[in-house]
Ligand binder design. Structure first.
Ligand code: CDP
Ligand code: CDP
Length: 194
């Protein structure tokens, strides 16, 4: 039985950093599920058809990390048929041996409700905006507005809204270095049997 780690949380909270580090540490596969929605948004045209026809090559585009791609992702992510088209791929990925780490918004609640470990990563709005602005070389106050708008849309949608699973462990990374956040997550994964 593969070991599945589900990681969710708002934009730029540190999900991806923790997910990559856990995958490295335990020799697990890692899927950044946000990339699927970013690719669907970036493809343009009919998002439902784009989601149904998504291929590995679509995830390699170099424009997927921008704030505009994040906004486009969050719009198409509210469409039930888009989400439905991406479920099987994610669930299959989660069964990779010996384990897999998936990060997104609905991994612990919808995609992998039986995951061996669920984490919900948060940080204050201001700190998340500062980190993302540094990463993109963008204006912090513009990024703050963008993240808040996206989080509000992600939390308010009817299908698979962003929220912690009842059995998720909450980690606030506001006052944590990357190393501290990773060590905390590694300890929880070891305790859970990874
Ligand atoms: O995946 P998500 O959008 O949640 O966030 P991320 O890409 O892992 O992290 C966003 C930025 O914050 C990256 O540049 C990380 O290096 C940085 N970060 C940090 O400075 N301190 C942490 N404890 C976690 C992440
Ligand atoms: O890295 P960051 O947290 O900024 O964004 P992301 O994880 O790449 O996700 C981009 C957008 O895709 C989110 O704002 C959500 O609208 C959507 N998404 C989702 O709905 N469900 C997921 N499992 C992952 C992402």
């Amino acid at each position: 039985m593969p070991f599945t780690i589900a990681i969710d949380g708002p934009a730029a909270s540190g999900k991806g950093t923790i997910a990559r580090a856990l995958a490295d540490r335990f020799g697990f596969a890692h899927l950044d599920t946000g990339l699927l929605y970013r690719a669907v948004g970036a493809l343009g045209g009919d998002p439902i058809l784009a989601a149904r026809g998504l291929s590995a090559g679509d995830l390699q585009r170099d424009d997927l990390r921008t704030a505009a791609a994040g906004q486009a992702a969050s719009r198409v992510a509210a469409i039930p048929e888009v989400r439905a088209a991406l479920v099987d791929f994610q669930r299959r990925y989660a069964r990779t041996e010996p384990g897999a780490v998936l990060d997104g918004r609905d991994i612990g609640t919808v995609i992998c409700p039986d995951a061996e470990l669920k984490l919900y990563i948060t940080a204050s709005d201001e700190i998340r905006a500062r980190r993302r602005a540094l990463e993109l070389g963008a204006d912090e106050s513009v990024i703050l507005g963008e993240l808040r708008e996206r989080d509000a849309r992600d939390a308010a949608r009817d299908v698979a809204p962003m929220r912690p699973a009842d059995d998720a462990v909450l980690i606030d990374t506001s006052a944590l270095s990357i190393d501290e956040a990773v060590e905390l997550a590694v300890g929880l994964a070891q305790k859970a049997g990874a």
